[in-house]
Ligand binder design. Sequence first.
Ligand code: HEM
Length: 143
Amino acid sequence: MKKKLMITALLLVAALVLVACTQKAPESTATPAPVVTEAPAATEAPAATDAPAAEATEAAPAEEAALELTLEELAKFNGKDGARAYVAVDGIIYDVTDSAFWKDGAHNGFEAGKDLTAEIKEKSPHGVAKLENVKEIGKLVTE
Ligand code: HEM
């Protein structure tokens, strides 16, 4: 009887060891699996950082090109009768409405609503540097 018990006990232990081994096997194949999924994740990460970078570079020019005026359209923005005061220099339109030096669109004998590229460069004592004090709002276009 004791022998039979010992044999069944040994068989049970053997069966348990077998079960344990067969359970470990799938585990060991499962471990490399996450490593494989980690690799695509790592390649996806730079791709994701590339996308916002491209968006950022696209957004900047879109903002700059917000307003486009021809010389004829610019003339309306002369700062008179409640109109805003814009001036163009080197193809860029600046808003001088809120400048204390450009009251009602007038400044030292010059008027807003015009392309003053030559005037600011050749006649003003300050040159184009003063344009840093006012806001760029658009572009001067030919048509
Ligand atoms: C005889 C010609 C001109 C004279 C004597 C003159 C003089 C001045 C002076 C004294 C200032 C203030 C400087 C300061 O203290 O910050 C100023 C500012 C300015 N000027 Fe002229 N200017 C002349 C022509 C022009 C022209 C043709 C433009 C064309 C766009 C211009 C655009 C500006 C701008 C944008 C400012 C800055 C305004 C601000 O800071 O709010 N100026 N100018």
